[in-house]
Design a protein around this ligand. Structure first.
Ligand code: GAP
Length: 512
């Protein structure tokens, strides 16, 4: 039976074979945890960005965009708390010499207990069928209650250790839970230590502390330091938001699982500035809005869940993740954070500049509170790829690999193929592309049998394949094949833009 790891391996292999993702600088044997996006990866990434940007910026009158520099004045990171507190608690296994995040080891342990609860629930469902009341079962079954109590106790201990920086307690928790190194199976652990995740470099030709600058670990601070520039120049009224897409860098120790955790990655972040006291209302609003954005893509709704943070970041008073069922299990895809007025107040203090907003409706001036939505573009890319990757056995017993990418995100929208390379069919196919390419990304393909060409397009997720044959030359009709149903239909060439647009337009996603 194929394991989840096999599934991830297949996806990585497929992504490389078809030009979605390559290991970075591969001719030098690659650089760990860095990847390059190939010709199709770049298209898919751009389409995800467009979907996000349209939904967040163009569909909201009170949200505007920004493109801030990656380098920022070093005081930014002192003010934001990243110099002092952007750390991961790390622990090494003395036998395997592998380094782990201590909190991730504990969370993986909790996940195993949760899986046992889910197994109990599944058994109950099997036994009682339609009469099964899951909520009641979870609230009363002694096994479930015992396991839930275990989880609560572990979470309490971890929260206490992390919030109070008691790293010895964190190690004790790992020992008490008898957590073993997944690699060596040994429980021979070092002490837990904090490790700062920011990359630093030097500005200009001077070296030393005074010239030290950082590669931004989040795009959000570029928004904070520009908040008044945007508010004033854009005449924005609270509540309003600023959105940004850009690179971020973190010296992740445990960088693994393909593009899930990288040292250089891209974020799509939005900071929503609100009146103090109204942040929880907006926090709930953005949680729901962001989940709706994901669900509009039409993937399995059970592949998403909310997870409330135990360890709140140094700036937050509430935070939740949208977790996604990746091939390696449920993991964080996006964060929604109520960041209070922490960042703006810190920047006021460190810069000596007032960052207040005068609210004409209540005649008061204040430092706004902020609710943030933050999603990793690369993780979203992996989510789309892993949910879309399907291996199907067809009626004739043959196998096809299809990427059922939501059509609006697909790299190519249509492939146009002449049935043969002669009789004027290639010229006709190119004339069709010349018209379609203004609105849709098209691919021309004349090599191999038509069956092989269909498979190739299925494998890269192209929603439509149009075939030009001899009849086309007589009556200006073509066959159009649907990637998902594999059904073919004969239609007039002039109908193509309407048919393709109905399927691939982002309009449908944005209206949901
Ligand atoms: N501004 C808030 C912030 O940066 P975060 O939870 O640390 O919050 C937000 O990161 C999102 O960025 C995550 O949900 C994840 O999708 C993405 N992300 C974080 N670290 C990443 C990494 N090393 N590789 C890829 N994506 C990452």
């Amino acid at each position: 039976m194929a394991t989840q790891e096999d599934n991830l391996k297949d996806i990585i292999g497929h992504a490389k074979e078809y030009g979605f993702v390559f290991p970075s600088s591969e001719i030098y044997d690659g650089l760990s945890a860095t990847y390059d996006y190939g010709q199709l990866g770049a298209e898919l990434k751009n389409n995800i960005k467009e979907y996000w940007w349209k939904a967040m910026v163009h569909m909201h009158e009170n949200i505007v965009g920004l493109d801030a520099a990656i380098f920022m004045a070093p005081q930014t990171w002192k003010a934001s708390g990243h110099v002092d507190a952007f750390n991961d608690p790390l622990i090494d296994n003395k036998d395997s010499k592998k380094r782990y995040r201590a909190d991730v080891l504990v969370e993986d342990h909790i996940e195993k207990i949760r899986a046992k609860i889910d197994k109990d629930v599944a058994k109950g469902l099997k036994r009682f069928g339609d009469d099964f009341n899951e909520a009641e079962f979870r609230a009363t079954n002694p096994n479930v209650l015992r396991r839930q109590k275990q989880i609560d106790e572990i979470e309490d201990r971890m929260r206490d250790a992390l919030e109070n920086e008691r790293l010895d307690d964190m190690k004790q928790l790992i020992e008490d839970l008898e957590i073993a190194c997944p690699l060596s199976g040994s429980k021979n652990w070092t002490d837990v230590k904090q490790f700062n995740l920011m990359f630093s470099t030097e500005l200009g030709s001077v070296s030393g502390e005074s010239a030290k600058i950082y590669l931004r670990p989040e795009t959000a601070q570029g928004i904070f330091v520009n908040y008044l520039n945007v508010q004033k120049s854009g005449r924005m009224k609270i509540p309003f938001g600023i959105a940004q897409i850009g690179k971020a860098f973190r010296n992740e120790i445990v960088a693994r699982q393909f593009i899930f955790r990288m040292r250089e990655f891209e974020q799509m972040e939005m900071q929503f500035f609100v009146r103090p006291g109204e942040e929880m209302k907006w926090y709930e609003y953005w949680k729901e809005f962001r989940m709706t954005w994901h669900n509009a893509l039409g993937f399995d709704q059970n592949a998403y869940r909310f997870h409330d943070h135990i360890k709140l970041a140094h700036y937050a008073n509430a935070a939740a993740d949208i977790e996604f069922k990746f091939p390696m299990g449920f993991k964080e895809l996006e964060g929604i954070h109520s960041r209070t007025d922490f960042d703006l107040k810190q920047h006021e203090e460190h810069s000596g500049k007032k960052l207040r907003y005068f609210d004409p409706e209540i005649n008061e001036s204040y430092v706004p509170y902020v609710v943030e939505t933050s999603i990793g573009l690369d993780r979203m890319f992996l989510a789309v790829l892993s949910q879309s990757y399907t291996s199907e056995t067809l009626e004739d017993g043959s196998n096809r690999i299809v990427l059922s990418i939501p059509p609006a995100l697909a790299p190519y929208k249509v492939a146009v193929m002449p049935l043969t390379k002669k009789d004027g069919l290639p010229e006709k196919a190119r004339a069709i592309i010349d018209d379609l390419k203004i609105d849709f990304n098209c691919q021309y393909d004349e090599k191999d049998s038509i069956g092989k060409r269909y498979r190739r397009q299925d494998a890269i997720g192209t929603p439509y394949a149009v075939t030009v044959d001899h009849q086309t030359l007589e009556d200006n009709t073509v066959t159009i094949r649907d990637r998902d149903t594999m059904e073919q239909e004969r239609v007039a060439i002039e109908e193509l833009p309407r048919i393709i647009d109905a399927k691939v337009s982002m309009r449908k996603l944005l209206k949901k």
